[in-house]
Design a protein around this ligand. Sequence first.
Ligand SMILES: [Fe+2]
Ligand SMILES: [Fe+2]
Length: 267
Amino acid sequence: MDAPTLYETQKTTSDIFVLPSFFPIPVLGILPVNAFLLMSKEPVLIDTGLVPLSDGFMEALAAIVDLQDLKWLWLTHTDQDHIGSLWPLLAAAPDLKVITTFLGMGKMSTYRPLPPERVYLLNPGQTLNVGDRALTAVKPPTYDAPETTGLFDPASETFFSADCFGALMTEPALSADDIPPDQLEYGLKKWGTIDAPWAHLVPPGLFRDSLAGVREMSPKWILSSHLPPAKDMTDNLIDLLAGVPESEPFVGPDQQALEKMMSLQGG
Ligand SMILES: [Fe+2]
Ligand SMILES: [Fe+2]
């Protein structure tokens, strides 16, 4: 795979769709980039995928929900791999409101401000009623942006964890348990060190304690933006994530390495 690629829409439970894509990263492998559609009474889209895949994303989304019915966009954070179709969606879904935090709204305003009347601010710990259930905003244990807010849906026992629990992979997979265990461990810790480099500053015991919230939540499903859907893998994923502070900090290729890669590519 040498370009970002959209995969076919999947279903986890009867009311959750996954819009998967995969993003190849030189040297590091392949990163899944997922958005999700929760078909609650008031449908909630969670994130909007990659910018280069926006046309295909909008088509895939329109195939599973009437965009006029879409009430909520839960923006886990404002990184480019989460806001790829934000603006086309605001245009196509007139009733859509963007769930974010004050910091998320502020960060968007440094580039293209969100109209305040299209925003709904929700802090971790607060809940939102979406007609047939209440969703709870949850700060995931690891994140790369201060506005990050995941969510727990009690009806489907699903934790949408934003960047947390992501993993670099060697090839695409559509279910986390299809990833060989050694590759999952390597890929999850590697992604953890990249996405949350601050974890190396946290005493491992304290970091482990910080994972108790997810353990107590005990979700059946973990739906990460950067891991294929994971069912009944919560304890395993928490144990792997607990190893991030003690794993090797990530250092990217330097200029010499870049020049070598370029000369190899140039043949
Ligand atoms: Fe991120
Ligand atoms: Fe991300």
